[in-house]
Design a protein around this ligand. Structure first.
Ligand SMILES: O=P(O)(O)OC[C@H]1O[C@H](O)[C@H](O)[C@@H](O)[C@@H]1O
Length: 619
């Protein structure tokens, strides 16, 4: 393990600050949300200890650290001044659930998008996570618990970090501030054994909304068992609603707590990155600089992935000139940090070609997703990335099952099963779904070492099923390094060769058909029920058409083969949308498949068919 640069940032005693209460600006006091959690949190043996002065002290110090002092108003940043503590329904909290994440609007100013993730709400959510964690770890109730907090480059990061810190500390939880961090590093901090920096943490919170626009933000939660699931998130939001409304019912009150909690600032990314460096060195036979001679460019999309250049590729000996958008910028001025996005892939491809680099790597905002580009400018994302990682994993674990999301191609199945000798288990969309499915398969005796999505999310058994875009790239770097160590030249050709034989459709289409939730055709029902009815109807139509074959094993939506290609219509995991994926050998065939869907669903008037119409009439 490399040297650790974490140091104590601040040990905060609640009592120490209470007498300074009067020194703060009254506006700050109004903004502060005081959590009266004594009656709400099951904190056996630990007293919740909180007062609003501490809240402001923390907020102030964090604002200074981030250089956000403006006009002498040091106590409230821009987003916090709009914060208002008003009664909310449980349903308002539940609306913040996005599968196994929490997502909301954290920055005001976008028309039609009111702020839903305020400081008080975030503080209540953090307190609820503390209560949830406390229940989970009840065996250790006498021990102090700690939670690490990290964030991506969003402009609301500092405001939310303060609110979350307050929520945790009000529950007597010690807080570790990691600052700019990646989502996988946060999970890792619940596994790392390093007392000096306070790890393993009992829980971790990543403040991120992945690739969503600048005004959004959200939370991902982890324990050493992995990311929290949907049911846990619902539980936390319900608890948060109770906490929040109890406080507003009773009015804001100071608590004169007596126990103390600590806030430590830790450079955890240095620890996490050194683990990645170690992994590549090991794979190359413990060579210090196994990437010497390679020119690798990185596009971090102004998210949190810039560390990969100086803390991973640099120490491994790679040349990284031409890397771009490494500086964190929460307005994402260059492109959406998303390896599924065409503009993002064009940007990294161009960087590889312009710099005559051997290889390109692109991350999403919080580095749980990634993709690559070879030296010829060939994109290695979506099905190609899955094929590539599968080829590596199947060399290491012959015959293993590769779990993927539902929108993967028929060509990928052939490649995994016929060329690589593995088993392709096409499951549902959603990184958590594929990871949980791979874990389940192992638990019933079917060996699986890889769970991966076309979105660029991927997790390996050897890496604790950490959903980690950086580790996926490490697997590719290992391959480059070990090829070099065995004297093989040719840059990234060794990787390109691995996907040789992957059949790819000439036409690939993804449309997202919106369901108008206010449309009379829903008859007051939910968009989910409506979407299910659309899918059922489509299924019946397909069943009665001899030219079409329904996928015999399918876990999500309606997947159909015909006209030399296939389509999948399914419900989005989170949105009132039916995504439609089509792959076909030509435009004509793609249109024939689109027409099948069009004919079947056109009676559903709440469905926006305009993109489907456009596809059909364009050709
Ligand atoms: O169902 P969709 O709307 O296509 O969204 C699906 C996506 O949702 C989230 O972003 C998850 O993090 C991804 O793992 C998943 O692929």
């Amino acid at each position: 393990m490399a040297a650790v640069s974490g140091k104590i940032f601040q040990n905060v005693s609640v009592a120490q600050y209470s007498k300074q209460n009067s020194q703060f600006h009254p506006q700050c006091r109004r903004d502060s949300f005081t959590s009266n959690l004594r009656s709400l949190l099951p904190l056996k043996g630990r007293k919740p200890a909180w007062n609003r002065t501490l809240a402001m002290q923390l907020r102030t110090s964090s604002i200074y650290q981030n250089g956000f002092v403006s006009g002498g108003s040091i106590c409230c940043n821009a987003a916090s001044s709009s914060t208002e503590v008003r009664p909310l329904e449980k349903s308002d909290f539940l609306k913040l659930q996005n599968g196994s994440d929490i997502r909301g609007v954290a920055v005001a100013g976008v028309d039609g998008e009111p702020v839903t993730l305020t400081e008080p709400i975030s503080e209540a959510i953090a307190s609820a996570f503390a209560a949830w964690l406390s229940d989970k770890k009840k065996g250790d109730a006498s021990m102090a618990m700690s939670v690490s907090i990290g964030h991506d480059s969003r402009i609301s990061a500092s405001m939310l970090q303060d609110a979350v810190s307050q929520g945790l500390m009000s529950a007597g939880i010690d807080v570790l501030h990691f600052g700019l961090a990646s989502t996988p590093a946060m999970f890792n901090s619940t596994l790392t054994r390093n007392e000096e920096v306070g790890c393993p943490a009992d829980g971790a919170i990543m403040i991120t909304a992945s690739h969503l626009p600048y005004n959004r933000n959200g939370f991902k939660f982890f324990t050493n068992a992995g990311g929290l699931g949907k049911a846990d998130i619902k539980d936390i939001l319900e608890r948060a609603s109770d906490i929040y409304n109890k406080i507003t019912d009773e009015g804001l009150r100071d608590l004169q707590g007596t126990s103390s909690v600590s806030v430590k600032k830790v450079d955890y990314m240095a620890i996490y990155a050194s683990d990645l460096v170690h992994a590549v060195r090991k794979a190359a036979g413990n060579i210090e600089k196994p990437l010497e001679g390679f020119h690798i460019v990185v596009d971090a999309g102004n998210g949190a992935g810039g560390f990969f250049v100086d803390k991973v590729l640099g120490p491994l000996g790679a040349v990284t000139s031409g890397s771009q958008f490494l500086e964190p910028d929460g307005m994402f001025p260059n492109h959406i940090p998303n390896p599924e996005d065409k503009a993002a892939m064009t940007a990294i491809t161009q960087a590889v070609l312009n710099n005559k680099a051997d290889f390109g790597i692109i991350f999403d905002t919080d580095v749980d997703r990634s993709a690559a580009v070879d030296s010829t400018g060939r994109e290695l994302n979506r099905n190609r990335l899955i094929a590539l990682i599968s080829a590596i994993i199947l060399e290491e674990h012959p015959g293993t099952t590769i779990v993927t999301d539902s929108v993967t191609s028929d060509g990928l199945t052939l490649f995994i099963e016929k060329k690589l000798g593995g088993k392709h288990h096409r499951f549902k969309r959603g990184y958590k779904n594929v990871i949980d499915e791979a874990i389940r398969l192992n638990s019933i005796g079917e060996e699986s070492h890889l769970a991966i999505e076309t979105s660029g999310h991927g997790a390996l058994k050897e890496n604790n099923w950490l959903d980690d875009g950086a580790y996926l790239m490490v697997k590719l770097l290992n391959k480059l390094a070990s090829a070099r160590a065995s004297g093989i030249k040719g840059g990234s050709k060794v990787l390109t060769d691995l996907v040789e034989g992957l059949q790819e459709a000439a036409v690939t289409v993804e449309l997202r058909l919106k369901i108008d939730q206010n449309h009379a055709d829903l008859k007051g029902g939910s968009f989910r029920d409506y979407g299910e009815a659309v899918l059922k109807h489509l299924e019946n139509v397909v069943d009665s058409d001899l030219k079409l074959v329904k996928a015999p094993i399918n876990y999500e939506g309606v997947r159909v083969s015909g006209f030399g290609g296939w389509f999948l219509l399914r419900l989005s995991l989170h949105d009132p949308v039916l995504p439609l994926n089509i792959e076909a050998p030509s435009n004509d065939e793609a249109v024939k498949l689109a027409l099948v869907v069009h004919e079947a669903v056109r009676g559903f008037s709440a469905l926006d068919m305009s993109s489907l119409d456009k596809l059909i009439h364009r050709n």
